[in-house]
Design a binder for this molecule. Structure first.
Ligand code: ADP
Length: 163
């Protein structure tokens, strides 16, 4: 069974990596799909987000593909012949949005099922938004993201220091 794990991944955190690790042990093939998501005005470019995900794995994960997409998720899932969309559900606050998305997707393409995974309790509080807030205030994020992500922030901030 082929599943697709979509997200903005701006940037990838240990929470995302935990979902990828656990789900890739369940599904035969996992497509980690980075959404262009221009409306969210991501901090990292699409290419950077894909690159950071790729570099987050010390060894290539068998059965895991990392790619980007610009179209509607259901269209991309259809193109990739994936029947399952995988999402993480951290807290009650995630539920409302995820519930709407899953039902809208179901309406548009009834063949695709959305599966939800609970985060590992160690990562349940982690969000990409939180990481960006901490780093913009000069905090340490090394417990939350792989070293490559920390370095990428440093590189960006060396070019344009945070306001
Ligand atoms: P999106 O913009 O699609 O919400 P994110 O990159 O923030 O994208 O998250 C992608 C998916 O990963 C979402 O389903 C989100 O709930 C899940 N996720 C994010 N952080 C965590 C975490 N710490 N633990 C488990 N799942 C997470």
């Amino acid at each position: 069974m082929r599943a697709i794990y979509p997200g903005t991944f701006d940037p990838v955190t240990y929470g995302h990596l935990d979902i990828i690790k656990r789900s890739s042990a369940i599904f035969d093939e996992l497509i980690v799909a980075v959404a262009a998501n221009e409306m969210k005005r991501p901090f990292f470019s699409l290419e950077e987000r894909v690159e950071l995900l790729r570099k987050s794995f010390l060894l290539p994960m068998s059965g895991v593909e990392i790619c980007s997409f610009h179209e509607l998720l259901i269209d991309f899932a259809r193109k990739k012949k994936a029947k399952v969309v995988l999402r993480g559900l951290r807290a009650v606050s995630d539920f409302e949005f995820e519930f709407q998305m899953a039902l809208m997707n179901k309406k548009m393409n009834p063949d695709i099922e959305t599966f939800f995974m609970m985060p590992d309790e160690t990562f349940s509080y982690l969000s990409s938004k939180g990481i960006k807030e901490i780093i913009s205030l000069g905090g340490n994020i090394s417990a939350f993201v792989p070293a490559v992500v920390e370095e990428a922030f440093k590189k960006k901030y060396d070019a344009i220091p945070p306001q």
